[in-house]
Design a protein around this ligand. Structure first.
Ligand code: GDP
Length: 672
C-alpha cells in the first residue's frame, strides 16, 4: 500500500504518519513510499481516532447481591455463583485467611464481593453491629445533646502512665493509701483494676491496670475511658521511649496530661533536664510558658501527692466532665477474669446512666443479668453511678478489656448481640491487621527507612536482603538517618509505601501529615520485630495455592434415597478412611467410548502424564458428608474394609459403582 493512501485514509500528512507510526512502535523506513498491506492495516488500526466513550452511556450492569451479617465462605461463593477457590483467593489477597467453613463478616464480604465485580446492597441482612469506641462516643454525645439539663458533674477518670520503672505502681499505691474513699466500710481492698479516692471532699477515679500490656492492648482497640493522663517521669532517668509513646497517644486522643516528675528525692534527680526534654517532645510546661501542669513528687516518700491530686481536681474543674445518671447505661470493661464461685466477672467503669443489680447487660461476647456489683473493698453495691468502677458478676462469657457495656431490655436480644460479637471477634481475628501492607496487585512492598544511626540502617538492609524472593519485591525507596519528616510521609503517600522508623522519632508535623494522608509509620526498637512484620506482610502478598489432601476412598454399593440436593448411599471403604463433615469428590467410571478416546489421544512414545485422578474414572462433582454411620451407629470416620452409610449434600445424582473420595482442601500459603 502507498504511504500516501494510508495518510489520506487517516487524514494526516505523510510526515505525521511516519512520526506517529514510529512512536506507536512500528518501523517505517525513512525512504519507503510503500508498505506491506498487513502492516498498513495494523498501523491504521493503531492510529485511528478511538471512538469516544460516552460517560452517560449505560454501563454493563454489575450483579447485585445482598449479604448477611456473617456468611460462611462456602455459602458466600454459592451466593456469588463462583468457585470457592476464587473467593478464597480474593480473601487472601485482602489479607484474610479463611477456610471454606469459616465465616466472614459483612464488611469483609462486601470488600471481596466488590473486588469480584458485584454491587452490594448497602443494608446488611440480619442483625450485627460492632459496639466499638465510635459507638460509645456517639451514644455519650447523644446523651449530652438530647438532654443537657439532666447532665451532672461526674468524677474525672485518670490513668497513670509512663516508662517502666519510673514509679507508676508506687504512685498508685501512695495515692490509694493517702485517701481511699470509704475506709470505714471495713472491707479488704481487692484489686479490681480501678479505685476511687477522695480529696478535699471530691472524688477521683484511678485506673489501676496491672500489666502495661493489657492497657496498651485496650488502647490499641481504641477504648478511651480516661479523661486525663498522669505522665510519670523519673527525674533521674528523664524522657524515655514509653514516655514519648504516652505523649504521642495523649496528643492523638486529645487527652489532657499532667506531668508527675517523680523520684525527686534521689541524689541524681535532674528536674531541669527532665523539663527541658519534655519541652523538646512538645510538652510545654507552665513554667516554660506552656499550659501543661507539672508536679514534682516522690511517690516513695509520699511527697507532693496531695498537690498532684489538687492539680487533677483543678484540671477536672476546668473541663467539667459530665454524665446523665438517669440516662442510658454505658460503660467500658477494664478487666475481666473467671472468679471461683462467681464465674465470669468484669470490672466496668460506668460512663453514663446508673447500673443496677438485676439489669440485663451485654459487653462484647458476654451477656447476662447482673448478679452482684462490688467495689474495690469487696463491698456489695445495689447500683453504680457514672465514673464509678465496679466488679460485675453474672456474665455468660468473659468480656475483654475495652469492650463496651450496655444494658438491654431483654435477655434474648442480649444473647443475640453477644453471639454476633463472638462471630465478629472470630472474623476479626482472621483479618491481617498490621498496617504494614504491600500492594498485592503489583506485589511490591515499598519502604522508606529511617534509623538512628548508620549501623542500624545497615543491619536492617542486610536483614531485608534475606527476604528476597521471586514473587514479592521489597523496594527501599529512600533511607536516612534522623527523625521521620514530612518528606518521608509524602514519599510514602505517593508510592503507597510505609515509613519504617527504627529507634527514631517522628516529628509532629509528619505525624499530622501521616494522619491526614493515612500513611502508615511503623516504629520499632527491636530489629526482629521489624523483620517479623515485614516478613508477614510479604507472605500475605504471596498468592496461595489449594492443596488437596486425600483421606481415602470408597465404592458406592447402594443408593437408598435421592433428594434434590442430598443423597443417602451405602458402600465400602477401599483405601484409607472416609471422614464426616469433610468434602468428597464423586468419581464415575469412564464409558467404553471415553476410554477409547483417552487411549486414542495418547501419543505414542510419550510418557504418561503423572496420575492426578483415579485411573479410568472421571470426577463428576463434589459434595459433603453430613451424616456418617458404620453398622447403623453414627461415627466420625470409617476405615478401610468397613461398610458405611452416609448422607451426602450434593447436586450430583450418584449411582452404584461410583467412587467417593474423602479429602480436605487447604490453602497453602507460601512462606519465606
Ligand atoms: P513502674 O514500673 O513505673 O510501675 O515503677 P515502680 O512503681 O515499680 O517503681 C520502680 C522502682 O522505683 C521501685 O524500686 C520503686 O521503689 C522506685 N521508686 C518509685 N518511686 C520512687 C521515688 O519517688 N523515689 C525513689 N527513690 N524511688 C522510687
Amino acid at each position: 500500500m502507498n504511504l500516501s493512501s494510508l495518510s489520506h485514509e487517516l487524514n494526516i500528512s505523510i510526515n505525521e504518519l511516519r512520526t506517529k507510526a514510529n512512536a506507536a512502535g512500528f518501523r517505517i523506513s525513512p525512504r519507503a513510499n510503500k508498505i506491506d498491506n498487513y502492516l498498513a492495516k495494523q498501523i491504521a488500526e493503531a492510529l485511528k481516532p478511538k471512538p469516544k466513550v460516552d460517560p452517560n452511556a449505560p454501563k454493563p450492569e454489575a450483579k447485585k447481591v445482598s449479604l448477611p451479617a456473617f456468611i460462611k465462605v462456602r455459602d458466600f461463593a454459592d451466593l456469588l455463583e463462583l468457585p470457592v477457590t476464587n473467593v478464597i483467593k480474593a480473601l487472601i489477597q485482602n489479607g484474610v485467611m479463611a477456610t471454606i467453613n469459616e465465616e466472614v463478616d459483612f464488611e469483609t464480604a462486601t470488600i471481596i464481593a466488590q473486588d469480584l465485580g458485584f454491587e452490594v446492597a448497602t443494608e446488611q441482612t440480619g442483625e450485627a453491629k460492632e459496639f466499638g469506641i465510635g459507638f460509645l462516643q456517639e451514644e455519650l454525645l447523644n446523651e449530652s445533646t438530647e438532654n443537657p439539663a439532666a447532665m451532672q458533674t461526674r468524677p474525672p477518670i485518670v490513668a497513670v502512665m509512663g516508662h517502666v520503672d519510673h514509679g507508676k505502681t508506687t504512685l498508685l499505691d501512695a495515692i490509694r493509701k493517702a485517701s481511699v474513699v470509704d475506709t470505714e466500710s471495713g472491707g479488704i481492698t481487692q484489686h479490681i483494676g480501678a479505685y476511687q479516692v477522695k480529696h478535699d471532699g471530691k472524688v477521683i477515679t484511678f485506673l489501676d491496670t496491672p500489666g502495661h500490656e493489657a492497657f496498651v492492648e485496650m488502647r490499641a482497640r481504641g477504648a478511651n475511658v480516661t479523661d486525663m493522663i498522669i505522665l510519670v517521669v523519673a527525674a533521674d532517668d528523664s524522657v524515655r521511649p514509653q514516655t514519648i509513646e504516652v505523649i504521642n497517644r495523649a496528643k492523638f486522643t486529645n487527652t489532657p496530661l499532667i506531668v508527675a516528675i517523680n523520684k525527686i528525692d534521689k541524689e541524681n534527680a535532674n528536674v531541669m533536664k527532665t523539663k527541658q526534654e519534655l519541652a523538646e517532645h512538645g510538652v510545654l510546661l507552665e513554667d516554660w510558658g506552656g499550659k501543661v501542669i507539672a508536679v514534682e513528687i516522690s511517690a516513695k516518700n509520699n511527697v507532693g501527692i496531695d498537690k498532684l491530686l489538687e492539680m487533677v481536681l483543678l484540671q477536672a474543674e476546668v473541663e467539667d466532665y459530665k454524665a446523665n445518671p438517669e440516662g442510658k447505661v454505658l460503660g467500658t470493661v477494664i478487666e475481666s477474669h473467671v472468679a471461683q464461685g462467681k464465674g465470669a466477672v468484669a470490672t466496668v467503669i460506668v460512663q453514663n446512666g446508673t447500673l443496677k443489680v438485676g439489669d440485663i447487660v451485654v459487653a462484647g461476647t458476654g451477656y447476662g443479668r447482673v448478679k452482684s456489683l462490688e467495689d474495690e473493698h469487696g463491698k456489695k453495691l445495689k447500683f453504680v453511678a457514672p465514673s464509678r468502677p465496679a466488679l460485675i458478676s453474672g456474665f455468660s462469657d468473659l468480656p475483654e478489656a475495652g469492650d463496651i457495656l450496655q444494658t438491654i431490655e431483654n435477655l434474648d436480644e442480649a444473647r443475640t448481640m453477644a453471639t454476633n460479637a463472638q462471630k465478629m471477634k472470630h472474623s476479626r481475628k482472621l483479618t491481617h491487621r498490621s498496617s504494614l501492607q504491600g500492594d498485592s496487585e503489583s506485589k511490591t512492598l515499598n519502604l522508606i527507612l529511617k534509623a538512628d544511626v548508620a549501623g542500624s540502617l545497615e543491619a536492617i538492609k542486610q536483614s531485608l536482603a534475606k527476604l528476597k524472593n521471586d514473587e514479592v519485591q521489597i523496594n527501599i525507596l529512600s533511607e536516612g538517618i534522623g527523625e521521620v519528616n514530612e518528606n518521608d510521609v509524602l514519599l510514602a503517600d505517593s508510592s503507597r509505601g510505609t515509613v519504617i522508623a527504627f529507634h527514631t522519632k517522628t516529628n509532629p508535623k509528619a505525624i499530622n501529615l501521616a494522619k491526614q494522608k493515612k500513611v502508615a509509620i511503623e516504629s520499632y526498637d527491636v530489629i526482629y520485630e521489624l523483620l517479623e512484620n515485614i516478613t508477614s506482610a510479604v507472605i500475605a502478598m504471596f498468592t496461595p495455592e489449594m492443596e488437596k489432601a486425600v483421606f481415602g476412598k470408597g465404592t458406592v454399593l447402594a443408593i437408598f434415597r435421592t433428594e434434590k440436593s442430598q443423597m443417602i448411599v451405602g458402600g465400602r471403604v477401599d483405601d484409607g478412611e472416609i471422614r464426616k463433615n469433610k468434602p468428597v469428590a464423586i468419581w464415575r467410571k469412564l464409558s467404553e467410548e471415553e476410554m477409547a478416546a483417552v487411549a486414542a489421544n495418547k501419543v505414542e512414545g510419550e510418557e504418561d502424564a503423572p496420575e492426578t485422578g483415579i485411573k479410568n474414572y472421571k470426577e463428576i462433582g463434589r459434595g459433603e458428608i453430613v451424616d456418617l454411620q458404620q453398622s447403623k451407629v453414627d461415627t466420625k470416620e470409617v476405615a478401610r474394609g468397613n461398610e458405611f452409610g452416609m448422607k451426602i449434600k450434593t447436586n450430583v445424582k450418584m449411582q452404584e459403582g461410583d467412587l467417593v473420595e474423602s479429602f480436605e482442601e487447604t490453602l497453602k500459603q507460601k512462606t519465606l
